[in-house]
Design a protein around this ligand. Sequence first.
Ligand SMILES: Cc1cc2nc3c(=O)[nH]c(=O)nc-3n(C[C@H](O)[C@H](O)[C@H](O)COP(=O)(O)OP(=O)(O)OC[C@H]3O[C@@H](n4cnc5c(N)ncnc54)[C@H](O)[C@@H]3O)c2cc1C
Length: 430
Amino acid sequence: MSEEAQFDAIIIGGGPAGAACAYTLAKAGKEVLVIERADTPGAKNVTGGRLYTYALEILEEGLSQEAALERKVTHEQIMMLSGDRSISVDYHNPAFNTAGQPPMSYTVLRAVFDEWLAGKAEEMGAMLVCGIMVDDLIEQDGKIVGVLAGEDEMYADIVIAADGVNSFMAQKAGLIADIKQETVGVGVKEVIELPADTIQQRFNIKEGEGAARMLLGCTEGIHGGGFLYTNKDSISLGAVFMPEGLADKKKSVHEMFQELKMHPSIYPLIEGGETVEYAAHLVSEAGFRGIPQKLYRDGFLMIGDAAGFVINTGYSIRGIDLAILSGIAAARAVIGAENAAAAGARYVTELENIKLLPIMKAVDGYFDLLETPFIYDKVPNLAIDVFDSLFTVHGDVPEKMSKNIMKLIKTNGLSIWQFIKLGIKGVRSI
Ligand SMILES: Cc1cc2nc3c(=O)[nH]c(=O)nc-3n(C[C@H](O)[C@H](O)[C@H](O)COP(=O)(O)OP(=O)(O)OC[C@H]3O[C@@H](n4cnc5c(N)ncnc54)[C@H](O)[C@@H]3O)c2cc1C
């Protein structure tokens, strides 16, 4: 690359947001440069493991058919853990396996998926350079005009920050402040290799089918939860913890995660497997209210995690699909605007048109629900206690179930009033 180069757009980051944006811009004939700090796109990226594929179809019809995906999620599972005990709910809908049926999500491995998507952008004509980190933005007369990577200066009509959560580029542009610990979770994850047959047997799934499991009650009362996804030949197992709660614990995230792995209901699922990847990453938890007040300035836009586009409802995390949507919206804004200055305002309109902002707004209330501290330990423990009493048979005359439940609510340090309040909050939230 020459020391000075001029492009229509420079995209910082080759994750799903950057790749989708580059794809759309290049398809429209724009000269696009994507700069990715990892040796290959996705090498440093972390996801629990699923993608809602409608976003790929918006990027290009038929794209999800050829995407580098793992298993179609046909089993949606929720597991509550407490001590050595557990309750599992398995919702199976074979229609989730039929093309065109919602929600059509697939498990993914980011190193594979991101490289594939960035490759598609290259096929469209985008230029991708890997192993280079953007250090700074170049500003002239109040306008962002390019980027600085080491000694190299590169210029563009518009610079698009797709550098992920805690975006340094958005900070340098003055659009976000340094990260606040109450707005992000710390995620850890292992990819554990196992033969496909073993995975299918253990999860009672057919070839090509997959399970997505949310785990509640595995964070020692800290706001957070676990996840487990079945890939073709591996299992993605991980957990997210809010840093605020971690400070009071005497255990490290690693220790808590190891305990999760050894839980009697989890270990048999991963037994004999080989850990081939261990990763840690931040995940935005603030949802709609975490979106920065301004998503652009003259010559600069932010997309994907950099703009806080992540939804956590407790039973699912969505970030990759929103990253793709925001990449498309940004590209459409750049293509449709008369000049870079006009692209910013148009970007917000495109985010509305592609339904990203309305979707995030619609589920904003989940944030309040997930702020309820006792849902992370006392509620799973109570549910398991109730199941325990349901299935325990002995020679004594059983107590009335209603009386028993009231007793269990009390022994778990809860009250009926707390449940009424939770119910009201829940109804308001959804
Ligand atoms: C534990 C965990 C579980 C999750 N589970 C799910 C899930 O199951 N489903 C889901 O949809 N979402 C999930 N998410 C969220 C999802 O991973 C993100 O929303 C998504 O990756 C955002 O994509 P992005 O392209 O905006 O950012 P990223 O994927 O983070 O990509 C940013 C890219 O920018 C590059 N970069 C950063 N700085 C620079 C720089 N200065 N110069 C050059 N390159 C740079 C990085 O290397 C990276 O490739 C999860 C996240 C975590 C942490």
